[in-house]
Write a new protein. Structure first.
Length: 174
């Protein structure tokens, strides 16, 4: 084989390899890179303003990525209404709900990417006194896997005897 033919074959091989690396026409699907799960060390949390409607007050529970790399949150967190500085549970944990794309995996950009979950506190007056057993709470503990976060809420009654809170899964943004 002449050196000219060998050089042409080598150049063709490098061109095809370059196309494959760049996602060219190799026919193979490029693997989707998924950021690792967020950790408590990466996240800071805040409560958005209350928004009341039809007997339920909604709060945006905001999760900010403080890390230098993107990270992911997935699904619907667990939320437990609590009272006192000891975070004593009141009533049942929040009922997990889905809505649209909420609850899918979301990727928080590095340096302040944000996602939110929506907490709904049903007016305890929607239930009978004996069915509900209202008690004032001042916050909620939100659990995501092994991570726990406390969100302070305005003092309001929830039911001791049944779950009167709802939580929607993660969505990007505020």
């Amino acid at each position: 084989m002449t050196s000219r033919v060998a050089n042409s074959i080598a150049a063709l091989g490098l061109t095809l390899a370059g196309l494959a690396v760049l996602g060219g026409t190799s026919g193979a699907a490029s693997p989707r890179v998924v950021a690792p799960p967020c950790t408590a060390a990466h996240l800071s949390v805040k409560t958005g303003p209350a928004n009341g409607t039809a007997g339920t007050t909604y709060y945006s529970l905001r999760f900010f990525n403080q890390g230098a790399n993107a990270c992911t949150l997935r699904g619907i967190p667990s939320a437990q209404p609590v009272v006192t500085a000891a975070h004593t549970p009141v009533g049942g944990a929040s009922v997990k709900q889905t809505q649209g794309a909420r609850g899918k995996i979301v990727t928080l950009a590095a340096h302040h990417g944000v996602a939110n979950a929506q907490l709904g506190v049903v007016d305890s007056g929607n239930f009978g006194q004996t069915q509900c057993g209202p008690k004032n709470v001042n916050g909620v503990v939100v659990t995501i896997g092994a991570m726990k976060f406390y969100f302070k809420l305005p003092v309001q009654p929830v039911c001791k005897k049944l779950s009167s809170t709802r939580i929607l899964g993660f969505a990007l943004g505020l």
